[in-house]
Write a protein of this length. Structure first.
Length: 330
């Protein structure tokens, strides 16, 4: 079966707009021509793509299942064409990076500054989300690269460990006086903010069997790091964050105390294992790993955060590392 870029684009645009008339205008085709082309495409596939729903158009069951596949194929075709252009003109194009708030507000800005110095013609799009959705964004091809903890199913991804950060309490010392050696007893009385499901912090605590999970239950539920810091500042709650999250400049006036027993959050750079990176994504990854050792010495990151190198990933894998995630050695 030979699927063309034109057929895929007509289907995706029509499915997105839900109306043949609007789709024909967007595609600069006559409505009869688009209708006929979609019917021919459905006949070629062997299943209906759309069904009538009142005056509008709705995806059939088969069409709904085929839509994400068509979107991915269309992106792959666009990337191939972009690769050919970039080979002759130097690195241009675009790279989409899905990243969490903690890393995005502390480490990533410095990497991006260096990247733009070296590749000013590359466009960068950032998607801020929790780790679970970030893994899904990369798996579905909605992002070229992800920077996240391994929440969900990372099996289709190539993973390189960036850092490990212990989890602790972020609080206003004027509101809550807690000595570092009293954390365990103080937890029962502190108004902990509750981590929303899908966050890497909650996943790490739950995986370790930490009692903090149940102690967070009555608290205000949220997943936004800026909101956690804002509430902690006014004493409306105590945030449970990693040492990286506590390194956010907005948290400079707050106290960070590690919980015990220690629980760690690890962050990885991930991309699809069996899909080659675009030139733009490839050079971003190269700049990321080459610049990170220089950058981390200039950042005001909590000393409990441990950074790793990319250069020894293959060595780790050869020594028995995960087939799905090629951890970097310290």
């Amino acid at each position: 079966m030979n699927l063309t870029q034109r057929q895929l684009r007509m289907f995706v645009v029509t499915a997105t707009l839900g109306n043949v008339s609007r789709a024909s205008q967007a595609l600069h085709l006559s409505q009869p021509a688009l209708t006929r082309a979609l019917q021919e495409f459905a006949a070629q596939l062997g299943f209906p793509l759309f069904q009538r729903e009142g005056r509008g158009l709705a995806l059939s069951r088969e069409g709904a299942r085929f839509l994400p596949i068509a979107q991915r194929l269309l992106r792959d075709m666009d990337h191939i064409a972009e690769d050919v252009r970039d080979e002759s003109k130097g690195v241009r194009g675009a790279v989409t990076i899905a990243v969490g708030a903690a890393f995005g507000s502390t480490v990533l800005p410095g990497v991006l500054r260096k990247f733009f110095e070296l590749y000013p013609l590359v466009r960068v799009r950032l998607i801020e989300d929790d780790s679970g959705p970030i893994i899904e964004h990369v798996t579905r091809g909605e992002a070229d690269l992800g920077i996240a903890s391994l929440v969900g199913d990372p099996a289709p991804l190539h993973c390189e460990r960036i850092l490990r950060a212990p989890i602790g309490l972020l609080l206003n010392p004027q509101q809550f006086a807690v000595a570092p050696d009293e954390t365990e007893t103080a937890l029962a009385t502190l108004p902990l903010l509750k981590e929303a499901s899908g966050t890497s912090t909650l996943h790490a605590l739950w995986s370790s069997g930490s009692t903090v999970v149940s102690q967070m239950e009555p608290g205000i539920e949220l997943s936004s790091l800026p909101l956690q810091i804002a509430l902690a500042k006014v004493g409306a709650g105590v945030a449970v964050v990693s040492a990286l999250g506590a390194s956010n400049p907005a948290a400079a006036c707050l106290q960070f105390i590690l919980i015990k027993p220690m629980v760690y959050r690890e962050i990885y750079l991930v991309h699809q294992r069996h899909t080659p990176l675009t030139p733009a994504a490839r050079v971003f990854r190269e700049v990321f790993w080459s610049h990170l050792p220089l950058l981390r010495n200039t950042l005001e990151i909590h000393p409990a955060v441990t950074f790793f190198k990319s250069s020894e990933s293959e060595m780790d894998r050869a020594n028995g590392g995960s087939e799905q995630c090629d951890d970097a050695a310290q």
